[in-house]
Design a protein around this ligand. Structure first.
Ligand SMILES: Cc1cc2nc3c(=O)[nH]c(=O)nc-3n(C[C@H](O)[C@H](O)[C@H](O)COP(=O)(O)OP(=O)(O)OC[C@H]3O[C@@H](n4cnc5c(N)ncnc54)[C@H](O)[C@@H]3O)c2cc1C
Ligand SMILES: NC(=O)c1ccc[n+]([C@@H]2O[C@H](COP(=O)([O-])OP(=O)(O)OC[C@H]3O[C@@H](n4cnc5c(N)ncnc54)[C@H](O)[C@@H]3O)[C@@H](O)[C@H]2O)c1
Length: 550
């Protein structure tokens, strides 16, 4: 199971998405009702009512569609919201999408059209990953015969300026091409629910609020970084939102957390030349990932980065000094001086202000985490209100939000019946090396299947071997013995993200180890290891590890 999903679905610690889904159904039986698939909508056939002058009533007669201003109002212009509205409009639905800002920036929102991923997530993060890897490349050049190369000096301001230009370009593409061309009405406004069929629209430019009505409402507001509130001085700490807009590169940074964001930024900031201390409260970071991969990454980071790894520790206090620097004192009294403290301690649904708990709205939320629970069709407990993406606390990844939004639009307006499918979702932690993963970890597979065969190889890739760098790759395949099916693949290597995408297709199709064996490799690559590991490294029978079968 995808680690992100596994963590998020911790309560439903079952091993397949089918069982995840059924456990979800048991817990949320009250949410379930038969899905009603609508016929394709004839765009020109419908009565259109100006959004500002609407007087539509809110009672629940679904058949009288014409009295609503829109077929669909989407709150939140991120991955899930953009995809749902674009596809819905493509089917002919009248769609309005509300997003608080059209341009990213250092503002209370940080995000803008395109959502977290585009503005303060995947995209700027990946640009920073690219920037951070040049020094490593240059270090190895000597082995290849280049002399005199040095990485020079990283200019944070230049990078940020270029990054900001790129994100502004993407904001424009989303607003003026992706959505406009699809026929979606994009409104720069903040939405909140007034009833199951009406949304208050607070326009960002004027501050004025109007009410629009919709046959269907989609909550796609995403998430927001969460900082614990029991640490004195926590107000001095930044999150991933702010790190993309810091005026200066912190010379020393303390990063708190042990998940995707903490690990990625530890490697990024190290590569860019900051002194990094990673504080993680557990024994080993990336909980939920295959244990071998976690250990391997720790070893690689210890050997090849300057990141100071502090486990079993948590900040007890953050204090600002007279000179503006910060001191983090951990719960054991260790003091670490720095210029910035970044918390990457998880994210919560951004539902504040959505008015969901108003009795006139009545959308259920979780008691912790500000999430909106939904079923396999992304339905909330209120028939006309749906939710997709991070706010639903399923798997917090962009492609998952895209799939959820797409399927919802297919169901509502495309005459289809498509449940969301969270099985075999691949993901990658963009550390150096990257950790790519799809399917079950070794630990999960043993617990679920009892009998498994594990193929494992640790090696030095040709690129690093030649300059004699101490950088290693680790590849693992987890095979269910009974069926021969490959149920998990985990790779720690350069380009793991590019590699794991292809493997995910094979696993999704149910590929067996024999299928992998019958596949001819691409030579010379690291990826060919996936089809050349012929002998199991060890086995489990009845849940017991055996180095050799007897
Ligand atoms: C630092 C970081 C790095 C990441 N890297 C990756 C990665 O490499 N790969 C990956 O797959 N995922 C990554 N993610 C996760 C990914 O960004 C999210 O899973 C994805 O953006 C979720 O999409 P969404 O549609 O649920 O919400 P979002 O993309 O968060 O979009 C929600 C939008 O709604 C707007 N909004 C909120 N409330 C309102 C309101 N009331 N009215 C109007 N608008 C509102 C917000 O401004 C926001 O733009 C990363 C996340 C972070 C924080
Ligand atoms: N490459 C990617 O695909 C990518 C990158 C970044 C983020 N994401 C998505 O965004 C989500 C959020 O990322 P994240 O890293 O913030 O969350 P996360 O859930 O991955 O990690 C949170 C970490 O914070 C720790 N933590 C939680 N509360 C704490 C506390 N009070 N004190 C100390 N530590 C605490 C947890 O133990 C965990 O290690 C991820 O789960 C992932 O789905 C994906």
């Amino acid at each position: 199971m995808n680690p992100a999903g596994r963590l998020l679905f911790a309560a439903a610690a079952t091993a397949s998405s089918a069982s995840l889904a059924s456990s979800f159904h048991l817990r949320h039986r009250h949410l379930l009702r038969p899905i009603r698939v609508l016929p394709r909508i004839d765009r020109d056939h419908r009565l259109r009512v100006s959004s500002s002058s609407s007087t539509s009533s809110d009672d629940d007669d679904d058949d009288d569609d014409a009295r609503y201003d829109y077929d669909l109002v989407v709150i939140g212009g991120g991955s899930g919201g953009v995809r749902a509205s674009r596809i819905a409009a493509g089917y002919g639905a009248k769609v309005a999408l509300l997003e608080t800002r059209m341009t990213h920036g250092k503002s209370p929102e940080y995000s803008a059209i395109g959502g977290t991923c585009v503005n303060v997530g995947c995209v700027p993060k990946k640009l920073m990953v690219f920037a951070s890897r040049y020094p490593g490349e240059i270090k190895e050049m000597g082995g290849y015969g280049w002399s005199g190369a040095t990485p020079g000096k990283f200019d944070w301001k230049v990078f940020l300026e270029n990054k900001n230009q790129e994100i502004t370009r993407l904001n424009n593409v989303y607003q003026n091409f992706v959505l406009k061309n699809a026929g979606v009405e994009v409104i720069e406004a903040t939405g909140s629910l007034r009833s199951p069929h009406s949304v208050a629209v607070r326009h960002t430019s004027t501050g004025e609020t109007s009410i629009v009505t919709a046959k269907n409402i989609l909550i796609a507001v995403g998430g927001w970084p969460h900082k614990p509130d029991d640490v004195p001085g926590i107000e001095h700490a930044i999150t991933s939102n702010e790190v993309f807009y810091l005026d200066e590169q912190p010379r020393r940074i303390v990063i708190v957390g042990g998940g995707f964001i903490a690990l990625e930024f530890a490697c990024i900031m190290d590569g860019l030349g900051s002194e990094v201390t990673l504080m993680y409260r557990g024994d080993l970071f990336l909980r939920g990932f295959d244990v071998d991969m976690r250990v391997h990454l720790r070893e690689e980071m210890e050997r090849n980065t300057n990141v100071r790894l502090m486990f079993n520790t948590d900040p007890g206090e953050i204090a600002r000094m007279d000179d503006g620097t910060l001191v983090v004192t951990d719960r054991d009294g260790n003091r670490v001086g720095c210029d910035a403290v970044m918390y990457a301690t998880g994210r919560r649904g951004k539902i504040d202000g959505l008015n969901l708990d108003d009795p006139a709205v009545g959308v259920s939320t979780t008691s912790t985490g500000n999430f909106v629970p939904v079923d396999d069709y992304s339905r909330t407990n209120v028939p006309s209100v749906y939710a997709v993406g991070d706010v639903t606390n399923r798997i917090a990844l962009t492609p998952v939000a895209l799939m959820e939004g797409h399927r919802l639009a297919d169901n509502l307006f495309g005459g289809k019946d498509r449940r969301v499918d969270h099985e075999y979702v691949a993901s990658t932690v963009f550390t150096t090396p990257e950790i790519g993963t799809v399917g079950y970890t070794e630990e999960e597979a043993v617990a679920k299947f009892g009998d498994i065969d594990v193929y494992r190889n640790r090696f030095r890739a040709m690129k690093h071997s030649f300059p004699k760098s101490e950088a290693y790759s680790l590849f693992k395949l987890i095979v269910e013995t009974r069926t021969g099916r490959v149920v998990g693949c985990h790779v720690a290597t350069d380009g793991a993200g590019e590699m794991i995408q292809g493997v995910a297709i094979a696993l999704k199709m149910g590929a067996t180890k024999e299928d992998f064996d019958n596949t001819i490799g691409v030579h010379p690559t690291s990826a060919e290891e996936l089809v050349t590991m012929r002998t199991p490294s060890y086995h489990y029978r009845g849940g017991v590890r055996m180095d050799k079968l007897v």
